[in-house]
Structure formats: C-alpha cells, structure tokens
Design a binder for this molecule. Structure first.
Ligand code: ARG
Length: 602
C-alpha cells in the first residue's frame, strides 16, 4: 500500500532538501510502529490509513483493527475483539507533533485529529524549502511512457491528442516523483503501407527530384491518393508490394524516399507538440525492427510460439484468437514490434515501469502481449510487482451531437485548427473584457494561448479517462464551473490579493508566522498538505482526473476561506498572505503537472 522508496531516491534533489513524503505516508510510519508493538507476532502488516469519511470524527483513520482481529483470534491472543485491538493501536502510537488527538470508533477504527500547528508548520516549511520536498516516493527509478504515437503519413487526430495530453501529464507526475522518464513517441513508421506511399512518390516525381514539403505537405491527401491507386490499379499494387521488399532489404533509393515521407510527417507533429509544450523522443516502430527476430527467438525457445494456419502465433489462455507474431507471408506486425520494443525497454533501457497510452480499443492487444511477456518470464505474474507494464486506455472524443468528433470539412479534426480556435476564442473574450487596452499585444496573445490550450487539456484530463467525453468549446471556455479558465482565473486572483497587500512575500516567508485559527483556514491548510498523496495516487493508478478534482476542490476551499476570512488589512494579514501564497504555489504545481501554463493576472 505504501511503496517504500529506495534510500538513494531520497537524496536525488539538488538542493539536498529531504523529501518528506505525503501526509498519509508520515502517518503510516507512526502506525507502522504502533502495529509492531501491538501485534508483534504479525510482522508484515501494512498500515491501512485513509481520510475520515466524516470529518466530525477526525482527519484520518487507521483501519487495521478488524483485519488484525481475524488474523489473531483463536490463536491465544490477549485481545477480546477488534475494539480492544484498536484501543491498543491507539495507545501504542509513538508521541508525535503531527497528532492532536485520537479516538476509537466502531469496531476499532482509530480516528486521528491532526495538529493545526503541525499543519501550519509543514506548509511554512514547504514555502521555504520548495514544493519539490512534497514529491511522492515511488518504488521505481526509471519508466517509459509510450504516448502520442501517431502514424506516419496520416494526420494526427483527436485520439492522438488525448494520448499526447494524458501521456504528458503522467510523465510530468512521474518526473516530479523523481522517476526518470523516457518519453517515447512510438510512431507508426513501418509496415506495408510504405510500399504504396513510396511508389506513389516515385510516380509523382519520376525524375527522382525530391518532393518538397509543399508537394506532399498534405500527407493525409497524399495517403488517400496513393491508397486509391493501390486499390484500383493491379500494376501499381504489384509495384507497391515489391517496394516494401526493397525497403526492407535496405535499398538506398527506397530508404531515402521512406525517410523523406517520415521527415515531412515529423515536422507536422512537431508543430503540435511545440504548441502543447510537450516533449517527446521519437523511437518509431522501425527502430525495433532489427530486434524482432531475437525477441521472437527467445519466445520460441520457451515453446511459446506455435504454427497456426501458416502463421506463427502465441496462444493466450482465455482468448479465442491467438496473438499473431509472424504473418502468413512471413512479415512482422504490430504485435511483433511491441514484443521487441518491450524486450528492448526492459533489457536495454532498464525501465521498471512501461506505460502505454492509447484508446481503449487497443486493450485486447495490450492484454495479450503482456500475458505473453508474463509467460516468458519477462514480467512477473503478479500485477503489483515490478517491472510492470500498464495500458492506460482512454475513451472516444464525441462531438456535441454525441457522435465521434468530426468537423464538416475533414473526417478527423485537425489538431492545429482546434488549438487555433481555442486560442482565438479566448482572445476574443479577453478583448471583450477590455484587456486589449490594458495589455500589450504580446501579453494578450500569451494569455489567450495559456487559457485556450489549458482549456483543451483540462477538459480532457478532468474526466475519468476510460469514458468518452464530449468536446465543447462553450463548456471548456466557460469561466464558471470545473474548467481551466475558472481555475486559471482563481489563481490570478490569489496573485492579485498578494500584490494588493504591497507586502514582500519572499520576506514574509522568511520571517512571518502562519497559524490556522479559523476553521476555513484549517480546512484549506489540510487540503494543501494532501497534495502529495493525491499526486501519488494519480500516478500510481494512472488517473490524472484525481489531480484535477483535487485542484478544483482546492480552489473551492480557497474561495470559502477568502469569503469568510479577511486577508488584506486584517490582524492576521501576514499569516493569511502566507496561506494565499501556499495555495498559489500548490495550484501552480498542479497546473505544471497538468501541462497548463499559469496566468498571473486577469
Ligand atoms: N500508432 C498507434 C496508433 O496510432 C499507437 C502506438 C501505441 N504504442 C505501442 N507501443 N503500441 O494507434
């Protein structure tokens, strides 16, 4: 439940500040000690710590008593039931400044009320030492996140946008948790479609004169035109099939044409990545091609590969169709490439966690080749052990008509157009509010970009990724409700409160004291402190929506505090300004992890 970090990962921070771990983690440590004293005969019991369902009882609770009772009863234990076990767990808790008071509820739940002084102290410490000290501790050092991964010569579509946005966030959360992340763009740059593309390129440019960006700039049209030739002209089809053979044999002319096509595609993707602020390293399917024979040989030696209807396949228990790894014509496919890539990532790149972000439609594919890898012993059979492979599936993007998201002019929505539209709508809204008279053109543009792109990302990330979601500019650009616009404005408002006080916040951080006297101050403070465990949960379970939910609730807690507690000009001004600053710091970290650029004024 609480993965223990390796000692080395505690000291990887540059400023040498110790990572304190989440609140839940710190409480777990105390209860671990108490459990050891309470039931010494049950050595490896993990503390079960959770936030209290009902805040009237406390902030957190320890739920171990019942489980322990069923383990020890009838074994000559001194305890008479779960309740006395809970009592003993409570009594054996080591003294700690974290805890204000404890109580027992029901069959031995230990409720904990945290000390508000400790909450305040922890926040003060974070303000001084930096939010990096709140990073979660994860049990892995290196991970691969395989995301975005469009297919060459086809336009990136809105499904790839989801993969790009979700994958980037997961990578960011892992990086924040001191995991080294290999951000892999597994582009579809290999396969039989290249025969037809190359042949069509030769046909259009018979002189061998290289096509420039302009000529095949619209790759989707190029792809369609060549597909049409392929389907309608048997001669062309035959030449295309021969072209694949020449390409795979390494014929220079064909390799060159192939890399030209890839290069033009790549330029198109990079424009999108640049706009989204997403960094990726391309290792496409072609990269793993040389590793396929070796990987299949390993599987073969273990007797996993069988002959079936002329193809070479791996049968997977519980699945009707086998995983084809060599096609009937002797060629490799998506699955053979993925097996080789997995082998490479585990053995050459030494990744301990490999995460694939694609639509849920590919779940079967991943399940099958993960199972094959488990049978081969490349991955442990148990899902909670490392190295681990995880498929992060996501649902469809729907239009407001409830159908798959499309625009009239193209079959799939072009990403660049979508981002342009978000930005220009935001810019129009800012102009309507008169910002063009207050701000420079550059400020206007930068803000419109931050809000527009942020809105597109947040609208995607806030949903449970496995469900479909409806793409609606009206909804995502609304400045009320759970949207990036609302959250970015909330952050800007906090910054303006601090500015209006005319206090030097850096100075206050050093000298000011923080106390959480008002109940709304305490609630906000506790919420801030829960940041680390939310990030930990979001990246352990691969659900970015948990972080969005946290951020939205945080801004609501802030609003309640700000409504009920005067900040500027009050007797508690210093303390409350520090609480404002801490909220802004945590909000900014959330934005950062979600790939959203914060704005400081509105
Ligand atoms: N290119 C694939 C697609 O567009 C996604 C690749 C995902 N990564 C992988 N290792 N299979 O559907």
């Amino acid at each position: 439940l609480f993965p223990r970090a390796k000692a080395s990962s505690l000291t990887t921070m540059e400023n040498d500040q110790e990572i304190v771990g989440s609140l839940k983690h710190q409480l777990a440590k105390l209860f671990e000690e108490s459990l050891r004293l309470t039931v010494p005969e049950e050595s490896d019991v993990d503390p079960a710590i959770a936030p209290c369902q009902n805040p009237r009882f406390g902030d957190y609770q320890c739920n171990n008593a019942m489980g322990l009772w069923s383990k020890v009863k009838g074994k000559g234990t001194q305890f008479r039931g779960p309740q006395p076990i809970g009592q003993a767990i409570m009594n054996n808790l080591p003294a700690s400044e974290m805890i204000d008071s404890c109580s027992i509820a029901g069959p031995g739940f230990v409720n904990v009320v945290l000390s508000r002084h400790w909450i305040a102290k922890s926040i003060r410490k974070m303000l001084v030492d930096g939010i990096e000290t709140w990073a979660p501790k994860l049990p892995v050092k290196r991970a691969v996140v395989d995301f975005s991964s469009p297919n060459i010569a086809k336009e990136m579509h809105v499904g790839h946008l989801r993969s790009t946005i979700i994958g980037d966030t997961l990578a960011r959360m892992l990086e924040y948790s001191n995991v080294e992340v290999l951000r892999r763009n597994h582009v579809g740059d290999w396969g039989t479609q290249f025969g037809m593309l190359i042949e069509y390129l030769f046909e259009k440019f018979p002189s061998g004169e290289v096509a420039n960006d302009q000529a095949i700039g619209d790759l989707e049209a190029f792809y369609k035109a060549s597909k049409q030739r392929f389907d309608s002209d048997p001669d062309f089809k035959e030449r295309a099939q021969r072209a694949v053979v020449s390409l795979q044999a390494g014929d220079e002319k064909y390799r060159k044409a192939w890399s030209q096509i890839c290069e033009i595609s790549r330029k198109g993707y990079e424009k999108v990545y640049e706009r989204l602020g997403v960094h990726l390293e391309e290792k496409g399917e072609s990269f793993y091609n040389p590793y396929i024979p070796g990987a299949l040989e390993l599987l073969s030696q273990q007797g996993l590969i069988e002959e079936s209807e002329g193809a070479r396949v791996i049968f997977i228990e519980g699945k009707n169709i086998p995983l084809i790894v060599v096609k009937r014509d002797g060629g490799y496919n998506y699955a053979s490439t993925d097996l080789a890539a997995l082998w490479y990532r585990l053995n050459e790149e030494k990744a301990e966690w490999i995460i694939y972000v694609t639509d849920v439609g590919q779940r079967e594919h991943f399940e099958m080749f993960f199972t094959a890898a488990k049978r081969a012993g490349w991955l442990p059979a148990e899902d909670d052990k490392y190295p681990k492979a995880s498929h992060v599936g996501f649902g469809l993007v729907l239009g407001e008509d409830g159908k798959r998201f499309r625009t009239r002019s193209t079959e799939t929505v072009k990403l660049v157009d979508l981002l342009d539209e978000a930005k220009s709508k935001c810019k129009a809204a800012l102009i309507e509010r008169g910002k063009d008279k207050e701000w420079t053109e550059e400020e206007l543009d930068k803000t419109a970009e931050a809000v527009g792109y942020g809105a597109v990302k947040y609208a995607d990330l806030k949903n449970n990724r496995t469900t479909n979601y409806t793409f609606s500019f009206d909804q995502m650009l609304n400045d009320k409700g759970n949207t990036a616009v609302y959250l970015l404005y909330a952050h800007a408002r906090i910054c303006s409160i601090i500015r209006r006080s005319r206090k030097d916040i850096e100075e206050l951080k050093k000298t000011g004291t923080l106390d959480l006297v008002h109940p709304d101050e305490r609630t906000l403070g506790l919420h801030l402190l829960q940041f680390a465990e939310i990030v930990e949960e979001a990246c352990t379970n691969l659900f970015p929506n948990l972080l969005c939910e946290y951020l939205y609730n945080l801004s609501e807690d802030f609003t309640r505090f700000y409504t009920n507690c005067q900040v500027v000009g009050s007797a508690e001004e210093t303390s409350r300004l520090l609480l404002c600053e801490a909220t802004a710091v945590v909000m900014r970290k959330c934005f950062h992890l979600l790939g959203i650029t914060p704005v400081y004024k509105i």
